[in-house]
Design a protein around this ligand. Structure first.
Ligand code: SAM
Length: 218
Protein backbone atom coordinates (compact mmCIF):
# COMPACT_ATOMS: atom_id res chain seq x y z
CA UNK A 1 0.00 0.00 0.00
CA UNK A 2 1.37 3.42 -0.97
CA UNK A 3 0.94 5.92 1.85
CA UNK A 4 0.94 9.66 1.35
CA UNK A 5 0.93 12.14 4.24
CA UNK A 6 -0.75 15.31 3.02
CA UNK A 7 -3.59 16.87 5.01
CA UNK A 8 -5.24 19.47 2.81
CA UNK A 9 -8.44 21.52 3.10
CA UNK A 10 -10.58 18.77 1.56
CA UNK A 11 -9.58 16.20 4.19
CA UNK A 12 -9.72 18.75 7.04
CA UNK A 13 -13.26 19.71 6.01
CA UNK A 14 -14.35 16.08 5.74
CA UNK A 15 -12.91 15.42 9.23
CA UNK A 16 -14.93 18.32 10.69
CA UNK A 17 -18.10 16.91 9.13
CA UNK A 18 -17.31 13.48 10.59
CA UNK A 19 -16.97 15.00 14.07
CA UNK A 20 -20.38 16.69 13.70
CA UNK A 21 -21.89 13.37 12.62
CA UNK A 22 -20.41 11.54 15.62
CA UNK A 23 -21.83 14.23 17.92
CA UNK A 24 -25.24 13.70 16.32
CA UNK A 25 -24.89 9.94 16.84
CA UNK A 26 -24.43 10.52 20.57
CA UNK A 27 -20.69 10.90 21.24
CA UNK A 28 -20.46 13.55 23.97
CA UNK A 29 -16.91 13.49 25.31
CA UNK A 30 -15.31 16.68 23.98
CA UNK A 31 -11.79 15.32 24.30
CA UNK A 32 -12.67 12.24 22.24
CA UNK A 33 -14.21 14.48 19.56
CA UNK A 34 -11.11 16.71 19.62
CA UNK A 35 -8.89 13.67 19.09
CA UNK A 36 -11.01 12.51 16.12
CA UNK A 37 -10.80 16.06 14.72
CA UNK A 38 -7.01 15.96 14.99
CA UNK A 39 -5.90 12.53 13.70
CA UNK A 40 -5.80 12.33 9.87
CA UNK A 41 -7.71 9.07 9.26
CA UNK A 42 -6.92 9.21 5.53
CA UNK A 43 -3.24 8.55 6.36
CA UNK A 44 -4.30 4.94 7.00
CA UNK A 45 -5.78 4.58 3.51
CA UNK A 46 -4.27 4.23 0.08
CA UNK A 47 -4.73 7.58 -1.72
CA UNK A 48 -7.22 5.94 -4.11
CA UNK A 49 -9.61 5.57 -1.15
CA UNK A 50 -9.18 8.93 0.58
CA UNK A 51 -12.77 9.73 -0.37
CA UNK A 52 -13.86 6.94 1.99
CA UNK A 53 -11.67 7.91 4.94
CA UNK A 54 -14.18 10.25 6.62
CA UNK A 55 -17.32 8.22 6.00
CA UNK A 56 -18.58 6.57 9.17
CA UNK A 57 -17.71 3.09 7.97
CA UNK A 58 -15.19 0.34 8.71
CA UNK A 59 -12.81 -0.20 5.78
CA UNK A 60 -10.53 -3.07 4.69
CA UNK A 61 -6.86 -2.54 5.58
CA UNK A 62 -5.60 -5.82 4.08
CA UNK A 63 -5.08 -9.32 5.46
CA UNK A 64 -8.84 -9.69 6.02
CA UNK A 65 -8.81 -6.97 8.71
CA UNK A 66 -10.51 -3.57 8.95
CA UNK A 67 -9.90 -0.09 10.32
CA UNK A 68 -12.81 0.26 12.77
CA UNK A 69 -15.76 2.53 12.01
CA UNK A 70 -15.12 6.01 13.50
CA UNK A 71 -18.30 5.72 15.59
CA UNK A 72 -17.02 2.46 17.11
CA UNK A 73 -13.61 4.01 17.85
CA UNK A 74 -15.27 7.04 19.49
CA UNK A 75 -17.75 4.83 21.42
CA UNK A 76 -15.07 2.53 22.84
CA UNK A 77 -12.76 5.44 23.63
CA UNK A 78 -15.52 7.31 25.45
CA UNK A 79 -16.20 4.24 27.62
CA UNK A 80 -12.55 4.09 28.68
CA UNK A 81 -12.65 7.52 30.41
CA UNK A 82 -8.95 8.03 29.69
CA UNK A 83 -7.06 10.30 32.05
CA UNK A 84 -3.75 12.00 31.21
CA UNK A 85 -0.87 9.55 31.74
CA UNK A 86 -3.07 6.42 31.93
CA UNK A 87 -1.25 3.21 31.03
CA UNK A 88 -3.46 1.63 28.37
CA UNK A 89 -3.21 -1.83 26.80
CA UNK A 90 -4.80 -2.02 23.36
CA UNK A 91 -5.40 -5.49 21.90
CA UNK A 92 -5.62 -5.42 18.09
CA UNK A 93 -3.46 -2.57 16.77
CA UNK A 94 -4.83 -3.05 13.25
CA UNK A 95 -4.16 0.13 11.28
CA UNK A 96 -3.02 2.01 14.40
CA UNK A 97 -5.74 4.68 14.07
CA UNK A 98 -7.31 3.87 17.45
CA UNK A 99 -3.83 3.91 19.00
CA UNK A 100 -3.34 7.51 17.80
CA UNK A 101 -6.71 8.52 19.28
CA UNK A 102 -5.72 7.05 22.66
CA UNK A 103 -2.39 8.87 22.54
CA UNK A 104 -4.10 12.18 21.70
CA UNK A 105 -5.96 11.74 25.01
CA UNK A 106 -2.66 11.55 26.85
CA UNK A 107 -2.44 7.77 27.30
CA UNK A 108 0.79 5.78 27.34
CA UNK A 109 -0.22 2.98 24.98
CA UNK A 110 0.95 -0.65 24.87
CA UNK A 111 -0.51 -2.08 21.68
CA UNK A 112 -0.37 -5.65 20.37
CA UNK A 113 -1.22 -7.13 16.96
CA UNK A 114 -1.14 -10.80 15.93
CA UNK A 115 -0.87 -10.26 12.16
CA UNK A 116 2.75 -9.73 11.25
CA UNK A 117 2.11 -7.59 8.13
CA UNK A 118 -0.12 -5.14 10.06
CA UNK A 119 2.38 -4.97 12.91
CA UNK A 120 5.23 -4.25 10.44
CA UNK A 121 3.18 -1.50 8.82
CA UNK A 122 2.20 0.30 12.05
CA UNK A 123 5.72 0.28 13.47
CA UNK A 124 6.65 2.37 10.43
CA UNK A 125 3.56 4.56 9.90
CA UNK A 126 2.84 5.68 13.48
CA UNK A 127 6.33 6.99 14.36
CA UNK A 128 6.35 8.77 10.98
CA UNK A 129 3.15 10.53 12.09
CA UNK A 130 4.76 11.37 15.43
CA UNK A 131 3.08 8.65 17.58
CA UNK A 132 5.36 6.36 19.56
CA UNK A 133 3.41 3.74 21.48
CA UNK A 134 4.99 0.52 22.78
CA UNK A 135 4.45 -1.95 19.91
CA UNK A 136 4.12 -5.71 20.40
CA UNK A 137 3.66 -8.57 17.97
CA UNK A 138 1.80 -11.65 19.22
CA UNK A 139 -1.34 -13.04 20.82
CA UNK A 140 -2.97 -10.31 22.90
CA UNK A 141 -5.87 -12.51 24.05
CA UNK A 142 -3.68 -13.20 27.11
CA UNK A 143 -2.97 -9.50 27.62
CA UNK A 144 0.69 -8.63 28.16
CA UNK A 145 1.57 -9.93 31.60
CA UNK A 146 5.09 -8.49 31.81
CA UNK A 147 3.90 -4.89 31.59
CA UNK A 148 0.76 -5.24 33.77
CA UNK A 149 -1.05 -3.74 35.62
CA UNK A 150 -2.88 -1.30 33.33
CA UNK A 151 -5.27 1.57 34.07
CA UNK A 152 -7.30 0.66 31.00
CA UNK A 153 -7.53 -2.29 28.60
CA UNK A 154 -9.22 -1.98 25.22
CA UNK A 155 -10.03 -4.98 23.02
CA UNK A 156 -10.77 -4.03 19.40
CA UNK A 157 -11.84 -7.50 18.19
CA UNK A 158 -14.84 -9.65 19.15
CA UNK A 159 -14.19 -12.13 21.98
CA UNK A 160 -16.20 -15.28 22.82
CA UNK A 161 -15.83 -14.53 26.57
CA UNK A 162 -13.93 -12.18 28.87
CA UNK A 163 -10.44 -13.68 29.34
CA UNK A 164 -9.88 -14.07 33.11
CA UNK A 165 -6.14 -13.47 32.63
CA UNK A 166 -6.94 -10.01 31.18
CA UNK A 167 -9.03 -9.01 34.21
CA UNK A 168 -6.11 -9.81 36.49
CA UNK A 169 -3.96 -7.32 34.55
CA UNK A 170 -6.23 -4.38 35.48
CA UNK A 171 -5.30 -2.05 38.32
CA UNK A 172 -7.89 -1.66 41.07
CA UNK A 173 -10.11 1.10 39.66
CA UNK A 174 -9.10 0.09 36.12
CA UNK A 175 -11.53 -0.39 33.23
CA UNK A 176 -11.69 -3.07 30.53
CA UNK A 177 -13.73 -2.40 27.37
CA UNK A 178 -14.37 -5.53 25.30
CA UNK A 179 -16.94 -6.69 22.74
CA UNK A 180 -18.20 -10.15 23.75
CA UNK A 181 -20.53 -12.53 21.93
CA UNK A 182 -20.75 -14.81 18.90
CA UNK A 183 -18.61 -14.57 15.76
CA UNK A 184 -21.50 -12.67 14.12
CA UNK A 185 -22.25 -10.00 16.72
CA UNK A 186 -21.10 -8.88 20.14
CA UNK A 187 -22.30 -6.78 23.05
CA UNK A 188 -19.94 -4.06 24.19
CA UNK A 189 -18.97 -4.68 27.80
CA UNK A 190 -17.24 -2.46 30.31
CA UNK A 191 -15.76 -4.07 33.38
CA UNK A 192 -14.52 -2.00 36.31
CA UNK A 193 -12.15 -3.69 38.78
CA UNK A 194 -13.58 -2.41 42.04
CA UNK A 195 -11.37 -4.47 44.38
CA UNK A 196 -8.94 -7.42 44.19
CA UNK A 197 -11.75 -9.92 43.50
CA UNK A 198 -14.67 -7.61 42.74
CA UNK A 199 -15.66 -6.53 39.24
CA UNK A 200 -18.64 -4.47 38.07
CA UNK A 201 -19.87 -5.43 34.59
CA UNK A 202 -22.10 -3.39 32.30
CA UNK A 203 -23.45 -4.71 29.00
CA UNK A 204 -24.13 -2.11 26.31
CA UNK A 205 -24.93 -1.91 22.57
CA UNK A 206 -24.46 -4.54 19.87
CA UNK A 207 -21.57 -4.33 17.39
CA UNK A 208 -19.92 -6.50 14.72
CA UNK A 209 -16.17 -6.93 15.11
CA UNK A 210 -13.66 -9.20 13.41
CA UNK A 211 -12.88 -12.13 15.74
CA UNK A 212 -10.32 -12.02 18.52
CA UNK A 213 -8.16 -15.05 17.73
CA UNK A 214 -5.78 -16.76 20.13
CA UNK A 215 -5.29 -18.94 23.19
CA UNK A 216 -7.93 -17.11 25.28
CA UNK A 217 -10.25 -16.37 22.34
CA UNK A 218 -11.66 -18.03 19.19
N1 SAM B 1 -8.41 -0.59 16.25
C1 SAM B 1 -7.97 -0.95 14.94
C2 SAM B 1 -7.86 0.24 14.05
O1 SAM B 1 -8.10 1.35 14.48
O2 SAM B 1 -7.50 0.03 12.89
C3 SAM B 1 -8.89 -1.94 14.29
C4 SAM B 1 -8.75 -3.25 14.82
S1 SAM B 1 -9.42 -4.54 13.84
C5 SAM B 1 -11.14 -4.29 14.00
C6 SAM B 1 -9.05 -5.86 14.98
C7 SAM B 1 -7.59 -6.25 15.02
O3 SAM B 1 -7.40 -7.21 16.06
C8 SAM B 1 -7.12 -6.91 13.74
O4 SAM B 1 -6.03 -6.21 13.23
C9 SAM B 1 -6.72 -8.32 14.18
O5 SAM B 1 -5.64 -8.86 13.47
C10 SAM B 1 -6.39 -8.09 15.64
N2 SAM B 1 -6.42 -9.28 16.50
C11 SAM B 1 -7.30 -10.31 16.50
N3 SAM B 1 -6.98 -11.19 17.47
C12 SAM B 1 -5.87 -10.70 18.10
C13 SAM B 1 -5.06 -11.16 19.18
N4 SAM B 1 -5.30 -12.29 19.83
N5 SAM B 1 -4.01 -10.39 19.56
C14 SAM B 1 -3.72 -9.22 18.92
N6 SAM B 1 -4.46 -8.75 17.89
C15 SAM B 1 -5.52 -9.48 17.48
Amino acid sequence: MAYKFIDNYREKGARKRLVKLLEKRGIEDKNVLKAIAKVPRHYFFDETFWGKAYEDIAFPIGDGQTISQPYTVAYQTELLHIEQGNKVLEIGTGSGYQTCILMELGAEVYTIERQRSLYERTIQVLPYMGYRPHFFYGDGSKGIEEHAPYDRILVTAGAPMVPEIMLKQLKIGGILVIPVGSEKEQKMMTILRVAEDDYERIELDTFRFVPLLGDEAW
